[in-house]
Each structure stands twice: as structure tokens, then as C-alpha cells.
Design a protein around this ligand. Structure first.
Ligand SMILES: *[C@@H]1O[C@H](CO)[C@@H](O)[C@H](O)[C@H]1NC(C)=O
Length: 323
């Protein structure tokens, strides 16, 4: 091959490789100049997580702590809460710095459930006839369901730490979480029948998948009786019980922190596939993960993890790229 042609081809290869990066960098710095005033003003508010009913803080590296934060109302779920949970977990889903979440309640109890004042407005839907009323009411219920479904849709593991009362909507909330811890004084109550309705934001759908004891689930849901921490542990609703809230939170943060050291490609793929498998047959689940992993097996995280293990290191010693 003539030397000139060879040189041309090489140059072309080099350019093809570098040009997009150079262009992007140029574009990016250009954009940065344009966006500067905007982004700096946005960054001036300390945390992007600012809510009325929730308090979000960074507990450990890559671990966010979401607290139900209406302690004087026993964290009753008001309008702001139903909306803000969705906003908060959407943000967490997109936050590549966050790899695990701990949810707990501020004050004396985890939550007393739905704020009954809100129920009143909810049960007065608008509509010119029965069909339109029903239509609008359905829309409201679906919106409320989303408040807890976002926890499940968020690919980062969510650990919930329950102390004191966990009533009504509280059980709906925790059944959408991945891991449940509680204190010895925790009390769980599927309270909805006592206020005249069938639970409609997740308990009846998710609890039977968590507690493999159908008779017990029915008993709890039909009677609204209290379930104490020892029974919650023995039936598998919670995986650990602690003497007090401090010890529980410390362990929950340790657990979240441990999860956060691992490959986010591995952890988040695991959550998504565990939930998929819960809702599908074994054959469908295997099919789904085969397709999932035809992309995800190509991650650099596997190379890094394998190399670390040859060098007798653990995931803790590796810095995985953000996801
Ligand atoms: C179901 O729950 C009840 C009440 O906690 C318990 O007594 C019973 O042994 C459980 N059954 C099974 C099969 O786990």
C-alpha cells in the first residue's frame, strides 16, 4: 500500500476516534458558558432535596436518608407527603451519587398513616354524574398508589427502619421497600378496614408476596389487629429487630453503606430483576434477565471486580463508575 494512502487512513482513524470527543468537549464548554448564571444560582440552594413533609440528608457515602418529617403529627401522610414522595424518589432514581436509601420516621413513631383531614377532601371528587365522579376518584387512587410504587420503581435498594407505630398507609409504604428493620416497640396495623375501606395503595397486593402465610395476611387485613415486632420477625415482614431506634438506624446505614460499595450495575440490575421475577413465571424471569445481561455483562465493573478478587481485594477497594 502506498505510504501516502496508509498515512491518510491512519489519520482518518485517529480523527474518527477523537473528533466526537473534541467536538463534545467544545460544545460542552460552550454550553457551560451559556448556562453558567443558571447553574450557579441553582447550586446555591444547598441540597436539591427540599421538601415540606420529608427530610433528606446524606447519611454515608452514596447513602441517602429519607425521613418522614412531621413528628408533631406522628408523620401522618398529608397532601404534601403524597406528592413529595414521588418527586423525591424520581430525583433519587436520577441521582447517580446515590446507591442506597434508608427511610425512617422522625419523632415518636414511624407513621400513623393517612392524614384523615386529607381523606375528607379526597372523598369529595368533582364530576357532573356518577361516571365522571368515579373517573376522577379512580384517578386520585392511582395517583396515591404512585406514592409507594416509586419506591419499587427506583432501582436503588431501599431499606426501611420502623420504630413505634406503623399504621395503615405505613404498611403500604414498607411493603414497597426492599428490606425492613424494626425496633422492639414497633407495632404494625393494616388499619384500613377500621375506617371503612379496602386498602388500595399496595398492602393487599404486596404483603402476601412478603409474608408467605396467607392465613396470617388475611387475619391482619380483615381485623386490623396489631402485630408486634416479634411476630413481624417470625413471619418474615422484617428481617431484624433492634432494642432502640439509634441502634437500628446505625445498622441500616451500615447495611446501605455496604450495598453502596458494590457495583451499581450489579446491585440495581439485581433489584430490577428480583421485582420482575416476583411478578412473572420462572421462565419469563430467566428470559428477562438473559436479555438484561446481554447488555449489562459488558460492564467494566466485572473486569474490575474480577481483577480485585485476584489481588485479594473486595468491592470496597474498587471505585466503580457512576450509574
Ligand atoms: C402463620 O402465622 C401464624 C400467626 O403468626 C402462626 O401461628 C403460624 O404458625 C404461621 N404459619 C406458617 C405456616 O408459617
Amino acid at each position: 500500500m502506498p505510504a501516502g494512502l496508509l498515512l491518510f487512513l491512519r489519520l482518518k482513524a485517529v480523527l474518527q476516534k477523537c473528533l466526537p470527543a473534541l467536538l463534545c468537549r467544545g460544545l460542552y464548554s460552550g454550553l457551560r458558558v451559556i448556562l453558567q448564571p443558571m447553574s450557579s444560582s441553582a447550586a446555591s440552594s444547598a441540597s436539591p432535596y427540599n421538601y415540606e413533609s420529608l427530610k433528606v440528608s446524606q447519611a454515608r457515602d452514596h447513602v441517602l436518608h429519607v425521613e418522614l418529617n412531621r413528628p408533631d403529627k406522628r408523620n401522618a401522610m398529608n397532601r404534601a407527603f403524597w406528592r413529595e414522595m414521588v418527586e423525591c424518589f424520581h430525583k433519587i432514581t436520577d441521582d447517580s451519587d446515590c446507591r442506597a436509601v434508608v427511610v425512617s420516621g422522625a419523632g415518636k413513631a414511624f407513621t400513623s398513616g393517612i392524614d384523615l383531614m386529607d381523606m375528607a377532601t379526597m372523598l369529595q371528587p368533582q364530576g357532573d354524574d356518577a361516571a365522571r365522579l368515579a373517573w376522577n376518584l379512580r384517578k386520585t387512587v392511582v395517583e396515591f398508589q404512585e406514592t409507594f410504587t416509586v419506591i419499587e420503581k427506583c432501582p436503588k435498594p431501599v431499606i426501611v427502619a420502623v420504630h413505634g407505630a406503623c399504621i395503615g398507609g405505613g404498611v403500604d409504604l414498607i411493603s414497597a421497600c426492599d428490606i425492613r428493620y424494626c425496633t422492639e416497640d414497633a407495632v404494625f396495623q393494616v388499619k384500613e378496614v377500621d375506617i371503612g375501606l379496602a386498602a388500595d395503595v399496595g398492602t393487599l397486593q404486596r404483603l402476601p408476596k412478603i409474608i408467605g402465610n396467607r392465613s396470617l395476611v388475611c387475619e391482619l387485613a380483615f381485623t386490623a389487629r396489631k402485630m408486634m415486632s416479634d411476630e413481624a420477625k417470625s413471619c418474615g415482614l422484617v428481617s431484624r429487630v433492634f432494642p432502640d431506634k439509634g441502634a437500628m438506624l446505625e445498622s441500616a446505614f451500615d447495611l446501605a453503606s455496604d450495598i453502596a460499595t458494590k457495583s451499581p450495575v450489579a446491585v440495581q440490575g439485581t433489584k430490577i430483576n428480583l421485582i420482575y421475577s416476583r411478578d412473572h413465571s420462572v421462565a419469563e424471569g430467566l428470559n428477562y434477565i438473559a436479555t438484561w445481561n446481554m447488555g449489562m455483562l459488558q460492564t467494566q465493573d466485572i473486569v474490575q471486580s474480577a481483577q480485585a478478587s485476584f489481588e485479594k481485594k473486595t468491592p470496597k477497594d474498587i471505585t466503580y463508575s457512576k450509574l
